[in-house]
Design a protein around this ligand. Structure first.
Ligand code: HEM
Length: 184
């Protein structure tokens, strides 16, 4: 007996919410991170001692939820030339931020470079600080040992993002910093 296939594709019965005032209402454990909901866009600078030079990039970051106590997280970046024009796609990642009592965050983040990060930290009303708990790598992934990610909301609505990296034999240090504004 095979299941019948419906003629039309039904709409998702439980769509994600991008803003705190949208349905479904955010789970109570999401309270310390509801200010992050939505899509953020902006520019940043990056570098690392192993790279030839610094680079400028643009980034889009989205946080949404379906009423349960976790955020769906997605980020994509692309490099910019000296005039600010897009050069090529850069890092992408997606994952889940599991909220625990007292604003504790357990994040699972996957990257197409073969790296899976488990990070833990704390969210408050205007800041999130996440540091590596565990890293798993596919057989050909580069050596990534640890990261620290900080998100800080300023009074003018700007979200500052910094990303420190311990990788390819280097100690934890600056890899990226960006300033983002909410887009939606
Ligand atoms: C906005 C996000 C990011 C941007 C724009 C970015 C950009 C870059 C660029 C331009 C390079 C030089 C190699 C290349 O041209 O592809 C690089 C290298 C690298 N990045 Fe990132 N990156 C980002 C996020 C990350 C993240 C999340 C990690 C790890 C958790 C990471 C780890 C590395 C590593 C390990 C290298 C190689 C260093 C080496 O082999 O010398 N990057 N990144």
């Amino acid at each position: 007996m095979t299941a019948s296939v419906p003629d039309s594709v039904p709409e998702l019965p439980f769509p994600d919410a991008h803003r705190p005032e949208e349905d479904p209402a955010p789970h109570a454990l999401l309270a310390p991170v509801t200010w992050l909901l939505g899509t953020w866009h902006g520019r940043g600078e990056g570098g690392y001692p192993t790279l030839d030079g610094d680079f400028t990039y643009a980034q889009e970051v989205t946080f949404r939820h379906d009423g349960r106590p976790f955020l769906r997280y997605e980020a994509r970046a692309w490099l910019l030339d000296a005039d600010g024009a897009p050069l090529r796609p850069a890092a992408r990642e997606s994952g889940w931020w599991r909220l625990q009592p007292e604003g504790r965050v357990e994040a699972v983040v996957t990257q197409p470079t073969g790296v899976v990060e488990v990070a833990v930290g704390v969210a408050t009303d205007a800041a999130v600080d996440l540091a590596t708990h565990t890293v798993a790598r596919t057989p050909t992934a580069k050596q990534v040992d640890a990261t620290r990610r900080r998100y800080t909301l300023a009074d003018d609505g700007t979200l500052t993002f910094t990303h420190d990296l311990a990788a390819v034999g280097q100690p934890l240090q600056h890899h990226l910093s960006a300033r983002l504004r909410r887009r939606g």
